[in-house]
Write a protein that binds this ligand. Structure first.
Ligand SMILES: [Fe+2]
Length: 410
């Protein structure tokens, strides 16, 4: 009789146990350290990933040298059986350092002196710097994505943000590889420095809506967008698998964005995954060359891309992609109207040991006539802007040494 009662009660006991479990305040497991996005003058987005037990989340922040705390509740999104915990702050003070603590289900999951962000400055007078690299989260164990992250973290002046030049995670941009291949090697950088990536061809091998777009909070439609920092405008484009995502629509948006911001900023930087002209092992991409005219006629200064796993700095172009022969000093440029400089920074976490130049390019580039500097090393770019001067540096990710550099003065 006792046995029968027990058997009959078992389902009830299981139901009760699972009800209790789902309503108890379990401590969620932190699966991804917090990362910063959309940091502006008054806003900041802080995201971290936990297991699915997270039922609520919040972030507490306080200004440097102040104990006054601001608390903000966040939202939870289920993705591949885990949860993104995301808190968006507004009404912050510009140019201010805030320390943050993250909580899920009321448990403090991360806090301390390494968890902070700095809001953007107001106005256009502040000097600043940013890093850029493409082709980052390669498959382990061959990835060296941890190397640029270590060097960036040790820079004398911390960059204000980072640009991701596509092929963010290999080999198909799948969410399930983001932690091991990108967020773990970059976690110490991402927790203090906001990151603005654009998708590359490898990120397009899986549906970006279910992968890339889930991982990031970016402006506009998350494929092509713009933002500003101090006296510079940044435009990220989605060159998809080499033919641009919604080409016509994106081109219209690009023209409109450049027109609307005409004369508002001293510097304009465009970044995307694919190269236009190149002497590397990749072919020339006609779709990218087709936007040169728009870039040149709207006074774009710098175009950054990835794709070829190498570093290749080209001489100043005009709107047809023709090199300016009058500029022979490739260390200091005086900005000329309707000319821009295009640079491949595609050895972020991946380097092809053996490659041969694209046969067509080899013919065209025999004398290296379009290349100002080339270096086949793990690398990233560091760009500093101070009023009318832009300083560009190519940095070796293995030893932190600068191997290339130039300035543009206006
Ligand atoms: Fe690529």
């Amino acid at each position: 009789m006792k046995k029968t009662v027990l058997i009959l009660c078992l389902p009830l006991l299981f139901a009760f146990a699972s009800y209790f479990k789902s309503n108890s305040n379990e401590k969620p497991q932190l699966l991804r350290e917090p990362y910063l996005q959309m940091v502006r003058e008054k806003t900041a987005t802080i995201t971290w990933k936990t297991d699915a037990t997270a039922k609520n989340c919040r972030v507490e922040i306080h200004k440097e040298n102040s104990s006054k705390t601001i608390v903000k509740e966040g939202t939870l999104t289920l993705h591949e059986n885990n949860r993104f915990n995301e808190v968006v702050f507004d009404k912050l003070k510009p140019n201010t350092k805030y320390y943050y603590s993250i909580y899920s289900n009321g448990y403090k999951l991360a806090a301390g002196e390494n968890y902070y962000f700095i809001t953007n400055p107001k106005g256009k007078k502040t000097a600043f710097s940013f890093y850029a690299l493409g082709d980052i989260g390669a498959k382990l164990p061959h990835s060296f994505a941890d190397k640029p992250a270590l060097v960036i973290k040790k820079l004398e002046t911390q960059p204000n943000f980072g640009l991701g030049l596509g092929d963010i995670v290999y080999s198909k941009g799948e969410s399930k590889f983001y932690d091991k291949q990108l967020f773990e090697p970059f976690q110490e950088v991402f927790k203090n420095i906001p990151f603005y990536p654009v998708p590359g061809n490898h990120d397009w091998y899986s549906d970006p809506e279910k992968n890339f777009e889930k991982e990031w909070s970016l402006p506009n439609n998350e494929h092509f967008y713009s933002f500003s920092y101090s006296n510079a405008l940044f435009i990220g484009l989605d060159s998809s698998k080499g033919e641009f995502y919604h080409y016509e629509k994106q081109l219209e948006w690009l023209k409109e964005t450049l027109k609307n911001n005409k004369d508002k900023y001293d510097w304009t930087v465009v970044y995307l995954h694919h190269n236009g002209k190149t002497c590397s092992y990749k072919p020339n991409y006609e779709s990218v060359i087709s936007i040169y005219k728009v870039l040149a006629s709207n006074n774009v200064d710098l175009v950054l891309n990835g794709h070829a796993h190498t570093y290749e700095r080209l001489k100043p172009y005009d709107g047809l992609g023709d090199i300016d022969p009058s500029q022979t000093n490739h260390t200091n440029y005086n900005k000329q109207d309707e000319k821009f400089i295009s640079i491949t920074v595609g050895a972020g976490g991946k380097l092809n040991k053996k490659w041969t130049p694209d046969p067509e390019n080899e013919k065209n580039c025999k004398d290296g006539s379009i290349v100002a500097h080339y270096e086949h090393v793990p690398s990233f770019a560091l760009i500093s802007i101070d009023q009318n001067t832009l300083k560009f540096e190519g940095i070796n990710s293995l030893n932190g040494e600068r191997f290339d550099g130039f300035t543009i003065t206006k």
